[in-house]
Design a protein around this ligand. Structure first.
Ligand code: PEP
Length: 256
């Protein structure tokens, strides 16, 4: 098995002013700024990308955005393009988060356009997939994940695939305090990897990181991160405070 460097990404959602985000990033850099054995990504709201990006410049911690529009520019009031994110030195962008899918009615086809636009602009998409509680209870988890993954990655060639990051986020575990069991999470992660093998071949699929997201906390992270196909975490609530975010990064560094 190829060893994959763990990745911990913080999704700050609609939290933190630019000044608050800067304070958090300063704390993070003091604690984990020299970490080389885990990739660290912070995804502040759009309004804090520039200030946080300036602080991160020249450090090992990378900047990510939480969303973007697939078009290059134009009459899309309130939207932000991949080019605009690149100009702020963002390296990653979260796409297809369940909150975008449910509150903003984003379809797989629209998310796919964003994935393609991100890749064309040298942004690494963190493509989120995951089932609702009703879907899990009706036994549809793998089908839902397969549809979201395959539709989200349609048209992505083997050449650009190495830039992808996938996040498995069971919707019922996001912000609820209910975490998937390690067996539930590993089953879906292994399934996602098998789909990636079909799409891109074994060597590429073995290198791609598949993150778990959904109430990951310092207490449950070590067990989740020890699973064979869990390559890191996409963290919401626990990334808003430096102590828990740092503990998660340390848990990823300690995971084998
Ligand atoms: C998320 O929204 O991506 C997430 C995983 O949130 P939380 O960690 O708060 O469940």
């Amino acid at each position: 098995m190829t060893s994959r460097k763990k990745l911990i990404a913080g999704n700050w959602k609609m939290n933190k002013t630019s000044a608050d985000a800067v304070t958090l990033v300063k704390d993070l850099l003091l604690e984990v700024g020299k970490t080389t054995d885990v990739d660290i990504v912070v995804c502040p709201p759009f309004t804090a990308l520039e200030s946080v990006g300036k602080l991160l410049n020249g450090t090992l911690v990378k900047l990510g955005a939480q969303n973007m529009h697939p078009e290059k520019n134009g009459a899309f009031t309130g939207e932000i393009s991949a080019e605009m994110l690149r100009a702020l030195y963002a390296g990653y962008v979260i796409l297809g988060h369940s909150e975008r899918r449910s509150y903003f009615a984003e379809s797989d086809a629209f998310i796919n356009q964003k994935v393609i636009a991100a890749l064309k602009n040298q942004l690494r998409p963190i493509l989120c997939v995951g089932e609702t509680l009703a879907e899990r209870e009706s036994g549809a988890t793998l089908k839902v994940v397969q549809t979201q993954l395959e539709a989200g990655l349609e048209g992505v060639g083997k050449d650009l695939a190495p830039s992808l990051v996938i996040a498995y986020e069971p919707v019922w575990a996001i912000g609820t305090g209910k975490v998937a069991t390690t067996a539930q999470a590993q089953e879906v992660h292994a399934f996602i990897r098998s789909l990636l093998v079909k799409l891109f071949g074994e060597p590429v699929a073995q290198k791609l990181r598949i993150l778990y997201g959904g109430s990951m906390k310092p207490a449950n992270a070590p067990e989740l991160l020890a699973q064979a196909d869990i390559d890191g975490g996409l963290i919401g609530g626990a990334s808003l405070e430096s102590r828990s975010f740092v503990e998660l990064i340390r848990a990823a560094a300690a995971a084998k």
